[in-house]
Write a protein that binds this ligand. Structure first.
Ligand code: ADP
Length: 428
């Protein structure tokens, strides 16, 4: 084998001739058709020689050479480019950029093997006039700066387009969720009317099948409502257009209310609860509805990821007008590499089959919005939320603890809450 040659060539005719001639001369060849692909292949294969096209779309031979020469591996590798003999200016620029020499365009099949040998044995094409090379070096520098500027402009434009698209997507999601909320409200009303309809009520009492069908219907409607509300809340948080509706309330009572809504799951799953209402501040100023939603998310997650018979601890302590509360479980835990990620939208992980709760309640699988909502709510209150957990292990169940610290604001005049402009959404 005479050596490994990398061809970074995008012209079919060049590729055909080079492949034929070099293979006949018993060289091993590798081919890349684009500049970045060529650079990556070169770094992996470390070829004995590189032949490159003068222009490779978004990069030229000079830039490719400059990039490769930045690493010691390619300080000596012969890099040659295909360029017409008449293109003197380009040749000067290529030499100035560190290219070793040229194959004439159009390619001369007979001459190629000798030229390759020449370059492989350390030969270089030279240009006598050093003054012209110096000029070319200067030009090269200017070209690089110009290209950098134009690339930056392109990037800025692309970024602006992406931001516009992102905004459109957020608006679309918000409008779609909002539009779905209207018919869903009607469906909820009809379903309640149905449940309260005396003949149907009697039928439900006497027929288990009808009763479980109607209950399934109302549970699914409830779940749909939660999803739609979650989407609306998260999109308001993301677009920073959520307004806090602040009032003073008893945080312990709020937690108790949330716990009541999960009492059936606690019973069904034989989960123990450690919660002392007295630890919680009696007058916290904040958005009661949003904080309730946050507790519901944390508690329902704790239930969802804790096997039957586990324990959930809900604790609080107050220090210097800061309340620190936490929801801790004896569940499957969370890998440390996921501790930050799970607070981003659509981050789902972990096993949800570690327990026996009914499918519709807790095995439905969430959208991965719950914790993003929790963080948005807590940050809007000027607080912080994070998770601590040793590991993810559904067998030993190391558990997780979600910790929140927020200021206890006694009155809006002493310490105003973050106010964020409300998004103009149509109300029903
Ligand atoms: P979802 O609403 O889909 O449950 P969340 O944002 O609430 O999404 O949670 C994101 C991910 O964080 C979950 O899919 C799960 O992997 C992990 N997670 C959240 N809470 C717990 C917990 N208490 N124990 C173990 N994993 C959890």
């Amino acid at each position: 084998m005479a050596g490994n040659i990398l061809l970074i060539v995008n012209e079919a005719n060049h590729l055909r001739i080079l492949a034929q001639v070099l293979q006949d001369a018993k060289y091993t060849i590798s081919v890349a058709r684009r500049a970045i692909e060529g650079i990556d292949t070169a770094r992996t294969l470390k070829p004995a020689l590189i032949i490159t096209e003068l222009n490779l779309g978004n990069m030229n031979a000079r830039e490719l050479t400059t990039t490769l020469r930045t690493t010691p591996d390619f300080a000596q590798t012969p890099i040659i480019t295909i360029v017409a003999t008449s293109n003197t200016r380009e040749r000067e620029m290529c030499i100035a950029a560190g290219i070793n020499g040229f194959l004439d365009d159009p390619l001369n099949e007979q001459a190629i093997p000798l030229q390759i040998q020449f370059f492989l044995s350390g030969g270089r094409d030279t240009i006598e006039d050093q003054g012209r090379i110096d000029q070319a070096k200067e030009q090269l520098l200017q070209d690089v700066v110009k290209r950098l500027e134009s690339r930056l402009r392109e990037l800025e434009e692309t970024n602006a387009t992406l931001e516009r698209l992102d905004e459109m997507k957020d608006t679309f999601i918000q409008l779609a969720a909002h539009e779905l909320r209207t018919p869903l409200t009607l469906i909820t009303g009809y379903s309640r009317l149905l449940e309260d309809h005396p003949p149907l009520k009697r039928l439900m009492q006497n027929d288990n099948e009808i009763s479980s069908l109607i209950q399934g219907l109302s549970k699914s409607i409830g779940r749909m409502q939660t999803i739609i509300e979650d989407i609306l809340t998260v999109s308001r948080i993301m677009t920073k257009k959520m307004e806090l509706n602040a009032s003073a309330f008893n945080l312990g009572l709020l937690v108790k209310r949330v716990l009541n809504t999960y009492s059936e799951a606690f019973r069904e799953r034989r989960l123990r609860l450690q919660f002392n209402e007295a630890e919680f501040p009696v007058a916290l100023r904040g958005d009661e509805g949003l904080l309730q939603q946050m507790f519901a998310n944390l508690i329902s997650n704790a239930i969802k990821y804790t096997p039957d018979g586990g324990t959930i601890f809900i604790q609080a302590e107050t220090n210097n007008n800061i309340v620190r509360f936490s929801v801790r479980d004896t569940g499957i835990g969370i890998d440390p590499s996921m501790h930050e990620k799970i607070f981003q939208r659509m981050q789902i992980g972990g096993a949800i089959n570690a327990h026996t709760t009914s499918k519709t309640t807790f095995l439905g699988g969430g959208l991965g919005l719950g914790l993003a909502i929790c963080r948005g709510i807590i940050e809007a209150h000027g607080g912080k939320i994070w998770v601590e957990s040793r590991a993810y292990d559904p067998v030993t169940c190391p558990g997780s603890e979600f910790i929140v610290v927020i200021p206890i604001v006694s009155s809006p005049t002493t310490q105003p809450l973050t106010r964020i402009k409300r998004l103009p959404v149509r109300e029903n």
